[in-house]
Design a protein around this ligand. Structure first.
Ligand code: SF4
Length: 90
């Protein structure tokens, strides 16, 4: 899945929120999650248990890994329940 796209266009905070995604803020990248789309495949928690830990609050902590790792794991989500918006920090 292309984790920075939503319905074929680049995802933004506004469009993601409109579609029911919740934001998990990070320093350089924000991760978004839509529980109603999650099929509980577990790719996220298996992919990086520092970022994703079920039962922790918040269960997603983007800052526990670098940007590329966040992108890699979001893209491994098969349902589109995870998305990201990378920030321009330069
Ligand atoms: S990888 Fe995606 S579909 Fe699978 S559990 Fe995580 S959020 Fe849900």
């Amino acid at each position: 899945m292309n984790g920075n796209k939503l319905n074929g266009t680049i995802a933004t905070e506004a469009t993601l929120r409109q579609e029911g995604y919740r934001k998990y803020r990070g320093e350089e990248i924000d991760v978004y999650y839509n529980a109603s789309l999650c099929v509980h495949a577990g790719n996220c928690v298996r992919g990086n248990s520092a970022i994703y830990e079920v039962g922790r609050r918040p269960w997603i902590i983007a800052d526990n890994a670098d940007v590329n790792e966040n992108i890699r794991v979001v893209n491994s989500c098969p349902s589109g329940a995870l998305k990201y918006v990378a920030k321009d920090t330069k």
